[in-house]
Each structure stands twice: as structure tokens, then as C-alpha cells.
Design a protein around this ligand. Structure first.
Ligand SMILES: C[S@@+](CC[C@H](N)C(=O)[O-])C[C@H]1O[C@@H](n2cnc3c(N)ncnc32)[C@H](O)[C@@H]1O
Length: 214
């Protein structure tokens, strides 16, 4: 946890509630240890959706569809969402959840590895939500930027790795060093690429919000 736990609990207690179906899917996901966006991220996404009113959204990392449905519910315009997931066990659950939420017409679930699927996509998205394997973000980035509309916004979740990102690489467990190095490269690229403007924020496990410079 990168933000004081009591502070997070307090902030979350101020947050607005979700629709009933989202509460049910959130509970089921947490009970079965499926990782889904935290309350802080939920509030932040709702704010961005109100501000941006995206018509086409791309999500990388569906899990069981919680954040996908949240975006469909809280975008003030009726948007189309394309979401990508490669974990076979989660795909049927996500599809069923889209039906339960009556959002299946708005959502296209692409099954397979985002590394391959992103390359095949075209058109432009005005919001892209990156929430998949952290070590892959840097590899996804060229395609994600190609797919992002010139006024679009890219949101990436879980970028601060429970605070490990600020440690020397000698302090990082050997198993996590590759992810650590790749995430550092990703954050460096987002913040130093001359075409981009990025804010890194300590929300949840750390997020970035990126847009093109105009
Ligand atoms: C943190 S979960 C997504 C949570 C979801 N966005 C939510 O908040 O409801 C990340 C998901 O990304 C999927 N994933 C990881 N790497 C992927 C890849 N290369 N291609 C497609 N899906 C991937 C995982 O299987 C996992 O279900």
C-alpha cells in the first residue's frame, strides 16, 4: 500500500456507491481472488468518464469484466468498449457478467494475448485503459499510442508496484527485477517522450494519465 491505509479508507468512505450489479460482481471477484480496480481507481475512472465522455474505449486486461462494466455504466454517452483478455478461465465469466449487466451489446471481448491482438487493431480510441501484466506495458505502448486518438487519454493502473519502484534494483527480489526494470522504462518513456504529457499519481497502486501534447 503506497498511501496511508487509514487515509485511503477515509477517502473511499467519501466515494459514491456503484450500481447493484457492479457491487455483486465486485464481491464475487474479491471472493475468488480476481484482481480488479480498487475503490480509489473506480472514483477516478468515473471522473474521467464524465470529463471525457469517450465514445470508443479500449481496455487491456478484462479479468471478469468489472472495470469494463463500470466504464459502460458511468460513461455519460453510450460508448463502445473493446476489451482484451487471455486467461481462458476468466473469459466465460466476463461474458456472463456483461450479459448480467445488460451491457453485452456495447462490449466486444477479444480473446488472446494483447501483444498480438493490439497489432491487429485499427481505428482510434478516445480512452485506453491499461490494466494487464505490468511487465508488458512497455511492449504494448507503441500499438497503444498508435490506437490513441490525438485528443485521447491513456490511463495505466498499478505502475508503482507497492512502492518497490523507488527502490534500488539490488533491493528488488530477483523474481521481480524484470517487471521492475520494464515498469521503470515505461514510466520513463511516458514522462520523457516529447509527444506526451503524463502525470504519475499515487492512486491505488499508482496510476499514470497520459495524453498527446497539442
Ligand atoms: C488486474 S486484471 C484486470 C482487472 C480488470 N481491469 C478490472 O479491474 O476489473 C489483469 C488481467 O489482465 C490479463 N492479462 C495479463 N496479461 C495479458 C495479456 N498479455 N493479454 C491479455 N490479457 C492479459 C490477466 O489475465 C488479468 O485477468
Amino acid at each position: 500500500m503506497i498511501v496511508d491505509e487509514r487515509l485511503t479508507t477515509y477517502i473511499n468512505s467519501l466515494g459514491s456507491s456503484n450500481t447493484e450489479i457492479l457491487d455483486i460482481i465486485e464481491k464475487e471477484a474479491l471472493q475468488s481472488f480476481v484482481p480488479i480496480i480498487r475503490k480509489e481507481m473506480q472514483s477516478f475512472l468515473k471522473l474521467l468518464l464524465q470529463m471525457k465522455r469517450p465514445k470508443r474505449i479500449l481496455e487491456v486486461g478484462t479479468a471478469v469484466g468489472f472495470s469494463t462494466i463500470l466504464m459502460a455504466e458511468y460513461d455519460p454517452v453510450k460508448c463502445d468498449i473493446t476489451t482484451i483478455e487471455n486467461y481462458e478461465k476468466r473469459i466465460p465469466i466476463a461474458k456472463e457478467n456483461f450479459k448480467r449487466a445488460k451491457k453485452e451489446e456495447q462490449i466486444t471481448l477479444l480473446e488472446g494475448d494483447a501483444t498480438e491482438i493490439l497489432k491487429q487493431l485499427d481505428g482510434k480510441f478516445d480512452m485506453i485503459f491499461m490494466d494487464a501484466a505490468k511487465g508488458q506495458y512497455i511492449n504494448f505502448l507503441p500499438d497503444v499510442l498508435r490506437l490513441l486518438d490525438k485528443d485521447g487519454v491513456l490511463i495505466s493502473d498499478n505502475v508503482l508496484q507497492d512502492g518497490d519502484i523507488i527502490e534500488s534494483h539490488f533491493m528488488i527480489d530477483r523474481r521481480n527485477r524484470t517487471i521492475y526494470k520494464r515498469m521503470r522504462s515505461y514510466l520513463y518513456e511516458l514522462t520523457h517522450n516529447e509527444k506526451l504529457v503524463t502525470s504519475v499519481m499515487p492512486i491505488g497502486d499508482g496510476i499514470t494519465v497520459t495524453t498527446f501534447k497539442t
